[in-house]
Design a protein around this ligand. Structure first.
Ligand code: C5P
Length: 235
């Protein structure tokens, strides 16, 4: 039976050691106004009302960490913490293994800490409506060039056909499991689904779901929080 009303499980791969932000901690554990990006992202997913539970994938040495240490007390009962693997795709696989019974999964970056509830709702609505792979996208403001190994321009894709991809990326659980099975690595789960020749559908992204990656992004995120914008949208 292809029941599209089944449970939705969030997977947050946070097992990388990346310290690109220039902070002393992996970026998922960097604090924004007193709460980590990881806590904000996971709590936003659960507060959206469309995600039943969340699996947080952490570095193997942190696998003993309890959910209560990572997210607010009222959310911890719906959060499971599991050990990740060498590559991001291994960590997503570990998350999938901890999601038995899921009908759909939403893979979400911890670094998109200000993602509003409406974006989770849009992605899940599209899954429930019949799509098996759904990604939120935004038009690109910059012209994008392709370049060769030494930086010489090789092409200018038509900007009107380009989209910047955000998360959460939503999938039929069996489709993502199949796509992820032999993946060595992937920065984008939907790319693995594309490789299978399966259709990926886009929904409108949200500027607030930007990925907090550089020190400048952190300044922007703190300014957004200070302005009260996401607080108005929080549930
Ligand atoms: O920003 P970037 O594309 O490098 O993000 C990769 C994400 O995948 C990070 O959230 C990182 O913690 C996660 N990751 C993981 N397991 C790995 C490597 C990366 O969960 N082995």
């Amino acid at each position: 039976m292809n029941d599209r009303n089944g449970p939705v499980v969030g997977i947050v791969p946070a097992a990388g050691r990346g310290v690109r932000l220039g902070e002393p901690l992996p970026k998922a554990f960097v604090e924004l106004e007193g709460r980590t990006m990881l806590a904000r992202s996971v709590e936003a997913m659960l507060a959206s009302g469309v995600v039943d539970r969340v699996v947080i994938v952490v570095p193997p040495e942190s696998a003993g960490t309890t959910a209560t240490r990572l997210v607010g007390e009222s959310f911890a009962a719906r959060v499971q913490v599991v050990a990740g693997g060498t590559e991001r795709a291994d960590s997503v696989r570990a998350g999938l293994a901890a999601a038995p019974g899921a009908r759909f999964v939403l893979v979400h970056d911890a670094a998109r800490a200000l993602t509003p509830a409406g974006l989770f709702v849009r992605v899940v609505d599209a899954l429930r409506a019949g799509c098996d792979a759904v990604i939120p996208v935004l038009p690109v403001a910059d012209t994008i060039k392709s370049v060769d190994d030494v930086g010489i321009v090789t092409g200018t894709p038509d900007r009107s056909r380009l989209r910047a991809v955000q998360t959460p990326q939503g999938f039929d659980v069996d489709l993502l499991s199949r796509a992820n099975r032999d993946a060595a690595d992937a920065t984008d789960d939907a790319g693995l689904v594309e490789r299978l020749g399966e259709q990926v559908t886009t929904v409108a992204g949200d500027p607030l779901a930007f990925k907090i990656t550089t020190p400048l992004d952190l300044v922007l995120a703190r300014a957004v929080l200070a302005s009260g914008v996401p607080a108005e949208k929080e549930m």
